[in-house]
Unconditional design. Structure first.
Length: 248
């Protein structure tokens, strides 16, 4: 094959990668505009979303999981969706539905970024950043788990990891385990408060269950600090790059 033929064959590939990356950028931009500058913003409140989903009756859990998954893909705040799930289904069923919706949405967002943006991102990585990309491929599970445990912004990580060399299975299981504690704590806290509110017994605010859920909620803010302290010693020993160092 001649040099010209080789170059001609490579150009369409690079052009396709650029077009897909542009499509990803436009998708994210459109999602941001849709949520912030259209009447849809007025509907996206826990109360209104809750009423709309509750109206589905027996299909409410499935509709909620679908809404959560799609919401993650269009950058809806996870706290909004989790509060809706906890309020509708209580602390325990709410946890199951919120976790399921978050996992489906996280997987979809990763795959969208992987298909549309990975090839272009890989072509832009220089020698200096290539070692980080290769480290992410080798330590994908540990890196994703660590970043989930320290509450790295959920939606950013979903799309961001899709642009890296992290394997999908490592991303999936790192996410599945990494969001378990935070999801349970959040849904248990807000689900418990909703039960007390719905019961109309304000003395219930002094119950052990409420104090326990409040304690878990406060403790959740210390999880990142504990994780960082646990990671500090391995990082200080040097050697091969640790997952915690990848975010620097």
């Amino acid at each position: 094959m001649s040099v010209n033929e080789s170059g001609a064959g490579a150009t369409p590939g690079r052009a396709g990668a650029r077009l897909r990356a542009a499509a990803l950028a436009l998708f994210l931009l459109a999602a941001g505009v849709l949520l912030r500058f259209t009447p849809l913003q007025e509907t996206l409140t826990p109360d209104r979303l809750g009423r709309l989903i509750e109206a589905a009756g027996l299909w409410a859990p499935a509709i909620f999981i679908l809404v959560y998954a799609l919401g993650v893909c269009v950058l809806l705040p996870g706290t909004l969706l989790a509060a809706v799930g906890a309020g509708l289904f209580g602390p325990y069923q709410g946890f199951v539905y919120v976790w399921t919706g978050a996992m489906i949405g996280a997987g979809l967002a990763f795959l969208i970024a992987r298909y549309l943006g990975r090839e272009f991102a890989a072509s832009m990585i220089g020698d200096r950043l290539k070692k980080y990309d290769q480290a992410l491929e080798r330590h994908g599970f540990a890196t994703v788990l660590y970043l989930r445990l320290i509450y790295f912004p959920f939606n950013i990580l979903n799309f961001g990891m899709g642009l890296t060399a992290v394997r999908f299975r490592d991303y999936f299981w790192g996410t599945a385990l990494g969001i378990l504690a935070g999801t349970f704590i959040f849904t248990f806290f807000f689900g418990t408060l909703k039960e007390v509110w719905a019961g109309g017994r304000w003395t219930g605010l002094l119950s052990g269950k409420v104090f326990f859920s409040l304690g878990l909620f406060v403790f959740s803010f210390f999880i990142p600090i504990l994780v960082k302290r646990l990671k500090r010693k391995p990082e200080e020993t040097g050697g091969e790059m640790s997952p915690g160092s990848l975010k620097h």
